[in-house]
Design a protein. Sequence first.
Length: 682
Amino acid sequence: MGWWLWWVVLVVSMIKDVGARGEDVTYDGRSLIIDGQRKILFSGSIHYPRSTPEMWPSLIAKAKEGGLDVIQTYVFWNLHEPKPGQYDFSGRNDLVKFIKEIQAQGLYVCLRIGPFIESEWTYGGFPFWLHDVPGIVYRSDNEPFKIVNLMKSESLYASQGGPIILSQIENEYQNVEAAFHAKGPPYVLWAAKMAVELQTGVPWVMCKQTDAPDPVINACNGLKCGETFGGPNSPTKPSLWTENWTSQYQVYGGEPYIRSAEDIAFHVTLFVAKNGSYYHGGTNFGRTASAYVITSYYDQAPLDEYGLIRQPKWGHLKELHAAIKSCSTILLVGVQSSFSLGQLQQAYVFEEKRGGCVAFLVNNDRKNTATVVFRNATFELLPQSISILPDCKKIIFNTAKVNVKDNEIIKRSSQLFDDIERWEAYKDVIPNFWDTSLKSDTLMEHMNTTKDKSDHLWYTLSFRPNTSCAKPLLHVESLAHAASAFVNSKYSGSAHGSHDDRGPFTMEVPIVLNDGMNNISVLSTMVGLPDSGAFLERRYIDAYSLGLFGENSNIYMREYLDKVRWSKVGSAKDQPLTWFKIEFDAPAGTDTVVLNLSTMGKGEAWVNGQSIGRYWVSFLTYKGHPSQTMYHVPRAFLKPSGNLLVILEESGGDPLRISLDTISRTGLQDHVSNYEHFKDRI
Ligand SMILES: *[C@@H]1O[C@H](CO)[C@@H](O)[C@H](O)[C@H]1NC(C)=O
Ligand SMILES: *[C@@H]1O[C@H](CO)[C@@H](O)[C@H](O)[C@H]1NC(C)=O
Ligand SMILES: *[C@@H]1O[C@H](CO)[C@@H](O)[C@H](O)[C@H]1NC(C)=O
Ligand SMILES: *[C@@H]1O[C@H](CO)[C@@H](O)[C@H](O)[C@H]1NC(C)=O
Ligand SMILES: *[C@@H]1O[C@H](CO)[C@@H](O)[C@H](O)[C@H]1NC(C)=O
Ligand SMILES: *[C@@H]1O[C@H](CO)[C@@H](O)[C@H](O)[C@H]1NC(C)=O
Ligand SMILES: *[C@@H]1O[C@H](CO)[C@@H](O)[C@H](O)[C@H]1NC(C)=O
């Protein structure tokens, strides 16, 4: 998340054993201290697996130019340890390369190790195999331990001369702690003790954990920490805001959450004034998004999903960061006082002995400009704003006054895929009771059966109706996310749940039955793993088939294409459970590439064997449009020609009206050179 940290620390470091170039990192009641110097640090999130290594240098450069000092990221355990003991730190999972790139650009890192990270990431970052290993979280030879050792072996902690100045254990555990009853508090103590004993030489934080045990710092996550944060749980700890939500994640069926640059600036400034951001979201490639979360992640952040600068957010925050940095010395040593300037107006003043003075003038009146007198001078304060006066005399920044122009996405080129001859299709198999290998007397739980190897699980039954029912209905209740019904291999209907309805959804579809035996197949689908179980309740159903045939045969990869028979698209258009494939050349240039899937329904798309994520265009918001139609195809996935696009369409769609577009944002010329500069280094 785009957030920034504000640390005013005084205590002198106690860390020993530092390398020759190592920096001491400590804190006290006012801030973080690096090598004996108090720092105000602005931090933003960039999650390494949500972009490609090719994009990292440019993302980090833009964050730095926007005034950030620290890049924070979660560590995604289930990417790094897909099977017990089997590690993966390659490609988008190359955490060490990501941290070294940040170091090369002169920024610090805050590493949020977890192990539970939530982060709208499937299963909150836990590998699914933990499901079958009770109690592993309490063991010490798990993820945090491994990651800390990896970081140490690469000398990445500040105490060793590296860029990591802070690490986070757990994430918002207090939100769920009550559910663990008596086991909750001991776990918090265990996690904190385990973390501290790992001796990283840099402080640890826990966010939204008001009782974080010493010396772990409790930090605030939220939209308005300046208003809501109760402060550190000890006078020796600084105020940290670990997640300043510059936006909010979006779910299928949900509208984007737009937070204005003015609102962000107001709350950031308030937090600083009282003592004291998703910066880049990215893309949930593959099946990594959690329940119902769309593929585009925090696109409304200062850097959009593609890493393009979003104005005025980026520019306004850059000016704010500069304004606060210009008076950081006084903020770090000055004595703070605050007093009222009117009914809804407040002053926060920092004064140092030599006469330096910084003031923040807050107007909480949402509608009206306020005229106030401060130090014998008159000031006009815009509605719902904070003015910064680095000398207590002149306003250099007002949070509600945006000087930066808006910018917008523009389409540069578009490649149509409307030639039916270029497409091929494969209709996936609808299994029935008789050819399903997995049989059970009891109803099997979806996730327990798929082990997250696929989103899909078939439930099948075969039966002979024994009543002369005129209008048979198939009724299914499911705690999964979507279901489609097929009767005697013909599609009968589908239904789905939603992110906000926690309970089961019901599918009730009229069906046509033969007099004799009938084959009923229900395809149950998860759209990302939630934090709760899932089951299908239907007593007849007792044979299972895991995944789709095409999926199990990996037919989205070139080397396995011939596992199935592809044919002309013809009648496959608008049919459920159909795979489509086409070859295409990459658009020339370096502009961002996106796939417009607006005419498709629900499914997943792969480019050259790499999943660009799930799509769900047919799930409309209350305003009647899809939550996401444009899907990012990173340049790194493409070669100049002969790229393979494979689409699995689950409900029916028209591939002939898909297009591949290149996009840019207006007014970004200045930053192109920046990207070119860093691109050469990877
Ligand atoms: C700000 O710092 C003062 C001491 O300088 C402290 O009393 C106060 O609680 C802090 N406020 C917050 C919100 O951290
Ligand atoms: C954090 O960002 C949100 C918007 O994303 C803004 O409303 C809030 O004021 C910011 N707070 C801080 C301390 O940055
Ligand atoms: C404000 O004016 C009063 C009276 O003229 C004076 O005594 C005081 O020192 C002034 N305060 C400042 C901060 O200039
Ligand atoms: C999951 O499967 C195991 C056996 O493989 C069983 O013991 C357990 O009860 C199942 N859990 C659920 C929620 O169905
Ligand atoms: C239909 O058949 C099932 C299974 O044989 C039986 O349990 C049920 O009572 C029958 N229903 C009717 C209405 O005959
Ligand atoms: C049901 O499935 C069996 C086995 O595949 C098949 O022989 C039979 O024809 C199917 N019944 C119907 C009505 O489609
Ligand atoms: C996506 O394609 C559809 C169908 O051609 C078109 O109507 C729509 O405007 C396109 N969306 C964007 C953002 O270009």
